[in-house]
Design a protein around this ligand. Structure first.
Ligand code: ADP
Ligand code: MG
Length: 729
């Protein structure tokens, strides 16, 4: 009998919340205590070094290598005082997580002892043995050199006994092998382009920041039950499991009371996050049972992104202190909502202007409209690419399932802003002599309230919604590195703003008044990008047909969606903004296809194993007990009566036989499909084969396993069921 499963379920029910240490009275007492922030830089660095470093951070200017030694010494002093013994360059290679290799500060002191050492050279650059990180063929193993380089704009921090230094990771030949390097380039590009456009309105602007506020959704499961589910353990999702009779249909979980064991986990997570300077603010239950959300206050995009990477690893760690495992997979359970990571994104200036918020006067409103409309243009032109930036083998399960934005990018503006754009594009141009005597058009912008309250219930179905002072990119997956989406969005907008400026400048050069020229171009843009705007129900089938008519990218196969990175428009966009070269894009796509293949390959193997050595044996055993029963019934009853009494069991015996036969046949077929796909050498073709021929087998096999779960004696079933995984805290 399945004693393990029952033991696990019992244990999970009996668990009490773990105690949590609260370090200080108020979060402000311990916020950032593990971060080498400005306060500590000031304290631990000589005044001139501090000033130079702050200048590098604020302006993005190149680091003066002469200060590196002193910065390193200051950092080490602080870290050693905090009990730190090791340091690491902390970076985000092209996998899902972060990478680190810890070295201790210890060096020989020349007198037979050791001293703690940390030099500027070690701070600024290192050469991790990089041959085993994904690189898409940029580095062959014989020249497996890559290096990590310090990013001073994201402060160093302490985890356990280690000083972590955020770095980029690039090949010796200069190509990015990570997410941070291109993100920093994209942020620089959008800063430059947006600052130039700001100068039409506010000549004193020196820098434009992109801001990111992510909302991290996740599931928790009891770790005992998790351990009894090899599919969760190895693939991050359940590859089988019949719907629980109750799941989210009563809508009783969303914003409901947080269970005490979970509340203890959240409390500890928040305390640890605050110590690391992550300004966590919001926590609540999500729609699905055992699903939750955590969101900080938004920050500058690069820092926000590092904080998201950091919080994902913190969550994994702290969940275990509370007897949980955290599931960041986009779709761990079939039939209930999956998890996303809304990316709230906006731009703001060093002078404190919020560029995605209406201004107070005509110029401020035109500036607002300029940035919104150029964003829509960028999203329209690169809608396929934006989708490519968020698709993955795991997020593909969530997109287009009835809970998340469809695999089509569109933008929702709300009725107020839509009305403003309509008004602008429809008002009649006319010659206007009054502005400096130059020709132009009527400068007619309707009043825009400073706070756009009307968001018509915010249309939850829209993948890229305007939400009053920002856009919210909702298609991003819960497990993803947000940088992928942020690289595309910011560089696409940079390209668009550059183009906008050149067209406006041409009109001005031809004698048109500045605001009139801007408005003229905006009016054209509003018409051009019309197809990206959609305020209706993004989950409906009508929208899919309509989006196709509008020429939006409607591809649903992840390996084919990745092709968007290599179209001429995309390559031009990335190259003209200096964010990535064709060579880098090609290499990164190789990694994406390879990763896709591996993910499906692992799922197929795990499902095949479980089907043949967990499911079929248990079903067969139960079937034998039924057969036994039928025989014995015939022994004690006359044939006719026994036939009647065992009719139902005979039906079950047949049903089990047909389900197990199907499973065995299809596992064989899946293995065969894998063999065929594995022979393909081209990474793209291989990923396509996995998508088209292997992936569909998973659901077919699962269907029959889930049927067996309903038939087989509950006592015999070895794998924890959905009703157990989803409802125990
Ligand atoms: P929701 O109603 O979508 O759950 P929240 O109030 O939880 O929204 O906020 C979501 C995230 O959006 C938070 O991280 C918040 O700081 C962020 N946010 C708010 N304003 C902006 C902005 N102007 N730019 C970027 N992010 C923002
Ligand atoms: Mg949101």
């Amino acid at each position: 009998m399945s004693t393990l499963r029952f033991k696990m379920v019992e244990a999970a029910f009996g668990k009490k919340p773990s105690p949590v240490d609260v370090p200080g009275k108020r979060p402000s007492d311990y916020f950032g205590m593990y971060v080498f922030n400005r306060e500590k830089m000031f304290k631990y660095l000589p005044a001139d070094v501090y000033a130079k470093l702050i200048n590098v951070i604020d302006t993005g200017s190149a680091l003066d290598s002469s200060i590196a030694d002193e910065v390193a010494a200051g950092m080490k002093k602080w870290a050693v005082e905090m009990g730190v013994t090791h340091y690491t360059h902390w970076f985000a290679p092209l996998t899902e997580g972060t990478a680190e290799k810890h070295d201790s500060f210890i060096e020989h002191d020349g007198k037979g002892g050791v001293i703690e050492e940390f030099t500027g050279k070690l701070l600024v650059q290192q050469e991790p043995d990089a041959s085993s990180f994904p690189n898409g063929g940029i580095r062959n193993t014989f020249e497996a050199r890559g290096y990590s380089a310090w990013d001073p704009s994201s402060p160093a921090f302490i985890v356990d006994d280690t000083l972590c230094i955020p770095t980029i990771f690039i090949a010796y030949t200069g190509e990015s092998l990570d997410y941070k390097a291109p993100l920093l380039k994209a942020l620089r590009a959008v800063d430059k382009a947006a600052t130039d456009v700001c100068h039409y309105f506010n000549p004193d602007v020196k820098k434009v920041y992109a801001y990111l506020g992510w909302e991290q959704e996740y599931f928790l499961v009891d770790e005992g039950l998790y351990a009894a589910r090899p599919d969760l353990l190895l693939t991050g999702r359940t590859l089988m499991g019949h719907d629980s009779a109750k799941n989210q249909q009563l809508e009783d979980h969303y914003f409901g009371a947080i269970p005490t064991r979970v509340a203890a986990f959240m409390k500890e997570l928040e305390i640890e996050a605050l110590k690391l300077g992550i300004p966590v603010k919001t926590r609540h239950n999500e729609v699905a049972p055992n699903q939750f959300e955590l969101a900080p206050v938004y920050e500058e995009c690069n820092l926000a992104n590092d904080h998201n990477m950091l919080i994902m690893s913190l969550m994994r760690k702290i969940a275990r202190n509370h007897g949980f495992r955290v599931l960041l997979h986009e779709k761990p359970f079939k039939g209930v909502n999956g998890s996303g990571k809304h990316n709230n994104w906006s731009l703001g200036t060093d002078t404190g202007l919020a560029l995605m918020s209406p201004g107070k006067d005509f110029s401020g409103n035109l500036r607002f409209i300029t940035f919104v409309v150029n964003t829509l243009m960028a999203v329209y032109k690169h809608n396929g690419l934006l989708k490519a930036s968020i698709i993955s083998a795991s997020n593909a399960h969530r997109l287009g399932a009835n809970e998340a934005p469809p695999a089509i990018i569109s933008s929702f503006l709300g009725s107020q802003l839509s009305a403003v754009l309509k008004h602008i594009s429809e008002s009649e141009p006319e010659n206007l002599q009054s502005i400096g005597g130059k020709k132009g058009m009527k400068l007619d912008i309707p009043q825009i309230p400073e706070i756009l309250v009307d968001n018509t219930d915010r249309n939850r179905t829209s993948p890229f919604a305007f939400t009053g002072n920002r856009f919210e990119f909702r298609a991003v997956g819960s497990e993803a590195n947000c940088a992928s989406a942020m690289i595309v969005l910011n560089s696409a907008l940079a390209e668009q703003l550059k183009e906008f400026k050149s067209v406006v400048d041409e009109r001005i050069a031809a004698g048109e008044e500045k605001f009139s020229a801007i408005l003229g171009v905006i009016r054209e843009y509003i018409k051009i990008c019309e197809p990206i705007r959609f305020d209706g129900n993004g989950y409906s089938d009508e929208w899919k047909a309509e989006a196709m008519r509008r020429g939006l990218d409607c591809e649903t196969s992840a390996p084919l969606i990745y092709d968007n990175y290599l179209t001429d428009e995309s390559v031009n966009m990335f190259e003209s903004t200096g964010v990535m070269t064709r060579k880098e894009l090609e290499a990164r796509n190789e990694v994406k296809w390879e990763t896709y293949t591996k993910k499906i390959q692992i799922e197929a193997r795990v499902l095949g194993d479980l089907a043949l050595n967990h499911i079929v044996p248990v079903a067969t055993k139960y079937q034998s007990s039924l057969i036994d029963n039928v025989y014995k019934m015939h022994e004690i009853f006359p044939a006719e009566k026994a036939d009647a009494l065992t009719l139902r069991n005979v039906e079950l015996i047949e049903a089990i036989a047909s389900h197990t036969a199907f499973i065995k046949e299809h596992v064989d077929a899946m293995v065969e499909a894998r063999k065929v796909a594995n022979r393909i050498t081209d990474e793209r073709e291989k990923a396509v084969a996995y998508h088209d021929t292997v992936f569909p087998c998973l659901d077919e096999i699962r269907y029959h396993i889930d049927k067996l779960e309903l038939i087989v004696d509950d006592r015999m079933w070895t794998l924890p069921k959905y009703r157990e995984l989803l409802f125990i805290r």
